[in-house]
Write a protein that binds this ligand. Structure first.
Ligand code: ACO
Ligand code: KIV
Length: 558
């Protein structure tokens, strides 16, 4: 690999940086640029129907600043902005913005698109980095600054001409800020501010993009802290960041930039955008949420959000996308499943002890950084079983899907049965398939001895006597036994037909509440020289226990 062709990214001389010891305790101002930076990166840019669906989603989620397009780019872009304004679709607490290059004719068209808007922001950009000054524009520093200054003047001139009493805002971006000499980025921003004259009730948004992410996030944070410290009129500046994801570290860049003083973050849902995308607003917001900080955005229906975004962008969201992918709350592997199952049990116990509903109790669960229910997911897919799974996963499915709380040794025994299935057939075992395997193994698999009826006589302080009708190899027999309780009496009765069984362990629980409640009984038996579990399910607990004994007996004889 010709790595010698690449130079290390220059660092910032900021030995007294303060951001590493800061924490983010409040959501920044968010701006969604899905309809502009996101849209400009699509193979098939959004139709007006898709744009509207995206806009309405963003409003529903709670975004208050939305970049709605690049109106000078196309008639579709222009018309969409006109539609939003003319149909009064922008809520009172939402500020829309539009982007333009620093070219007079484009600025005019851009400002015209906003006519009649009660509130709006024009966002002007020009590239300030040396490579762009030399290669793309063929201009020097002074000419580059002049482009920004004159662009700002044009914006103000046309705003006055076309926008009447619009509550008008201004945003400037030194594009490719990340590669711009810091002193020059500062000089251009100061010159732009000299034109706009920010002050009380006259904010300016200065947006410092990592247009092509090329540094580690700490260097970007240093750049942001340096700018935040050196900008004049700082209290009237909304210092904004716009991280791209070329190195795959946009989220970290945004988070460190917030620690370094950024007030505002621009990005796209699920990280759509040019090349590797803009920073993902969902991940950023949910990262705050998972630290107990209100993201001020509603992510409670993450799957609905994802579906709309997939429709608008015509790009699928990856199964492993943080917080939203299909598989991100799912464990296949045994040790994870074991820990999750124990985690749920502990959470229920701890919440009950504290007298707090489990849905409100402080979340702490192995392998699940947040409660899937908080984003509208169920626990259904938290554990899925395949050849990588162990008893914990099998037990979890049996409990959550089939209400059977298998004793630990039975979990081990049944998970071996499931493992034989996955080894033989491969793939995943769905809850329905697991029930079929369970039924075939424990409940229905061609009983040699079947239970038909039982009658008990229990006298106080005496042993129980049990009279049972059984079918043995197709022949109906009546047998009798005595013992300390019905199970012991039944085992005693079975001995009369040559079935030698000894009960080693027993557990039972109710399956459902109410008059049609059923019980599950689990019995560990020694039958001959084998030790196996059997299971019985019945409305009558004694019947369930006797069925459980026969389940073990039949398994031994199979
Ligand atoms: C980092 C970002 O995401 S920036 C946003 C980028 N988004 C877009 O470009 C989407 C919309 N763009 C468009 O539809 C078109 O580019 C238009 C309509 C704006 C302009 O189209 P055209 O006039 O055909 O120009 P073209 O697309 O080739 O743009 C390049 C020209 O603009 C100049 N230019 C580029 N950016 C800027 C800027 N911010 N300010 C002033 N001039 C600029 C270039 O130097 C070049 O000029 P030249 O032709 O004199 O060499
Ligand atoms: C226009 C600017 C903010 C931009 O999109 C970028 O630099 O990526």
């Amino acid at each position: 690999m010709p790595f010698g062709r690449y130079a290390p990214f220059p660092t910032v001389d900021l030995p007294d940086r303060t951001w590493p010891s800061k924490t983010v305790t409040k959501a920044p101002r968010w701006l969604s640029t899905d309809l502009r930076d996101g849209n400009q990166a699509l193979i098939d840019p959004m139709s007006s129907a898709r744009k509207l669906a995206m806009f309405e989603l963003l409003v529903r989620m709670g975004y208050k600043e939305i970049e709605v397009g690049f109106p000078a780019a196309s008639q579709t872009d222009f018309d969409f902005i006109r539609q939003l304004i003319e149909e009064g679709r922008v809520p009172d607490d939402v500020q829309i913005s539009v982007l333009t290059q620093a070219r007079e004719e484009l600025i005019e068209r851009t400002v015209q698109s906003l006519a009649g808007a009660p509130r709006a922001t024009v966002h002007l950009y020009n590239a300030t980095a040396p490579l762009f000054r030399r290669v793309v524009f063929g201009i020097d520093r002074a000419e580059c600054k002049a482009l920004a200054v004159e662009g700002t003047q044009h914006v103000m001139k046309f705003a006055e001409q076309y926008l009447g009493d619009c509550d008008f805002g201004y945003q400037y971006s030194p594009e490719i800020f990340i590669d711009t000499e810091l002193d020059f980025a500062l000089e251009v921003c100061e010159a732009v501010m000299d034109v706009w004259q920010p002050g009380p009730d006259r904010e300016i948004v200065l947006n410092l993009p990592s247009t092509i992410e090329r540094s580690t996030p700490n260097v970007y944070a240093d750049q942001i802290e340096w700018m935040s410290r050196n900008l004049s009129r700082r209290e009237h500046v909304a210092l904004s960041v716009h991280p791209h994801n070329d190195r795959g570290t946009a989220v970290a860049s945004a988070e460190l930039a917030m620690m370094a003083g950024a007030d505002r973050v621009e990005g796209c849902l699920f990280g759509n955008g040019e090349r590797t995308g803009n920073v993902c607003l969902v991940t950023l917001g949910m990262n705050l949420f998972s630290q107990g900080v209100d993201p001020e955005i509603d992510f409670s229906d993450i799957d609905g959000i994802r579906r709309t975004v997939e429709y608008c962008n015509q790009i699928p969201v990856h199964e492993r996308h943080p917080y939203a992918g299909d598989l991100v709350y799912t464990s296949f592997s045994g040790s994870h499943q074991d820990a999750i199952k124990k985690g749920f049990d502990a959470l229920e116990r701890d919440a009950a002890q504290a007298g707090v509903p489990v849905g409100e109790y402080r979340w702490a669960l192995p392998y699940l950084p947040i409660d899937p229910k908080d984003v509208g997911r169920s626990y259904e897919a938290v554990i899925r079983v395949n050849s990588q799974s162990g008893k914990g996963g099998v037990a979890y499915i049996m409990k959550t899907e089939h209400s059977l709380d298998l004793p630990r040794k039975l979990q081990i025994e049944f998970s071996r049965v499931v493992q034989e299935h996955t080894d033989g057939e491969g793939g995943e075992v769905t809850p329905e398939q697991m029930w079929s395997i369970f039924e075939a193994e424990f409940l229905t698999n061609g009983p040699k001895v079947g239970l038909l009826a039982h009658r008990a006589v229990s006298r106080v302080d005496e042993k129980d006597m049990l009279n049972v009708d059984v079918r043995v190899d197709g022949e109906i027999r009546e047998i009798e036994g005595i013992g300390n309780g019905p199970i012991s009496a039944f085992v005693n009765a079975l001995a009369t037909i040559g079935v030698q069984a000894r009960v080693l362990d027993y557990a039972e629980h109710a399956l459902s509440e109410g008059s049609d409640a059923r019980a599950a009984a689990y019995v560990e038996c020694q039958v001959g020289d084998r030790v196996l579990w059997g299971i019985g399910i019945d409305a009558n607990t004694v019947t369930a226990s006797l069925k459980a004994v026969l389940s073990a007996v039949n398994r031994a004889m199979r």
